[in-house]
Design a protein around this ligand. Structure first.
Ligand SMILES: O=C(O)CCC(=O)C(=O)O
Length: 300
């Protein structure tokens, strides 16, 4: 278990190293080509209507490399950015996540710069462009009984907009009982829900009066999108879509790799509380697009 201090406790982040390796990532995007996939219009329609869609098996060829990349982080988390341990010493198993490591992990670097993830995101967002925000990995080892708390990603982030997508790749088979679940149409309810830590579901302390609490006790099961996943399946979901898991015991390791994409209408915002990733010194003003020398535009 990595030690956490001060404000790190609130975000679940262990002390971290610099997430940027390159001063300017634009030459990398210019020197590489991304494959594209045509997403079935029915899936795009589902994404826009429900805030989530499932693309079975489309990243089966990416799984081995992404697993190898994740293994590097699991072996030596302190050598990577934003490693977070969300199980305590008295709890079973390990629930680990980390983000902003695509520049440090060669397999993630190749996936971001050459896979069809950018094209999938652009199509689902109905956006001319897809700009990479960051990537995020998750591991629940067998034995974990801790739910991923219901949350949505937008209020954790220093961005705002309606054209957003996470392209979440399952790296193991997972039954519906332990796979991530989504509250259909929650991306359109107009609310911002207070971020919560994965350690115990506690809400971040934020004085943003616009944010409310997720009404966990009254989540409408009939509106929950839930499916078993096979390694190589992709879930695409909006940053505003509420998602989480049950606390059913995880029988076998379940890993996932997700890229986070910004579309045409997404701009930088300052939030009253801590953001995750905690990105300081961006040197831009609220309302500006995220800077493309740090966050590459990878589509078209
Ligand atoms: O895989 C999980 O349990 C959580 C995934 C998640 O919260 C995310 O991708 O934003």
């Amino acid at each position: 278990m990595l030690s956490m201090t001060g404000s790190d406790v609130e975000t679940g982040n262990a002390s971290t190293i610099e997430w940027r390796v390159f001063d300017d990532v634009r030459p990398l995007s210019a020197a590489t080509q991304r494959r594209s996939i045509t997403v079935d219009p029915a899936r795009i329609e589902e994404f826009r209507r429900d805030g989530v869609t499932h693309l079975p098996g489309i990243f089966i060829d990416e799984v081995d490399a992404l697993r190898s990349g994740l293994e590097r982080i699991l072996r030596e988390p302190h050598r990577f950015a934003f490693p977070c341990e969300s199980t305590t010493d008295t709890e079973q198993g390990r629930f680990f996540d980390a983000y902003c490591n695509w520049q440090r992990v060669p397999e993630f670097f190749a996936h971001v710069l050459t896979s069809p993830a950018a094209s999938i995101a652009a199509q689902c967002m109905v956006s001319e462009t897809a700009q990479l925000f960051h990537e995020h990995v998750f591991t629940k080892e067998g034995g974990v009984t801790k739910a991923t708390p219901w949350h949505h990603d937008l209020p954790y982030y220093c961005v705002d907009g309606t054209q957003t997508a996470s392209v979440y790749v399952a790296l193991d088979d997972a039954p519906a009982e332990t796979a991530v679940r989504f509250l259909r149409r929650s991306h359109l309810d107009g609310n911002l829900y207070r971020p919560r830590t994965f350690v115990d579901g506690a809400e971040y302390t934020t004085n943003d009066p616009a944010m409310r609490s997720v009404d966990v006790a009254n989540v409408d099961e009939a509106s929950v999108f839930s499916t078993a996943l096979r390694a190589g399946d992709v879930l695409v979901f909006d940053f505003r879509t509420l998602h989480g898991t049950t606390a059913s015991p995880v029988d076998a390791r379940r890993r996932a790799f997700s890229t986070r994409w910004l579309g045409d209408d997404v701009v930088y915002v300052e939030r009253p509380g801590a953001t995750s990733p905690p990105l300081d010194g961006l040197g831009i003003d609220p309302g500006d697009r995220m800077r493309s020398d740090w966050f590459p535009v990878l589509w078209p």
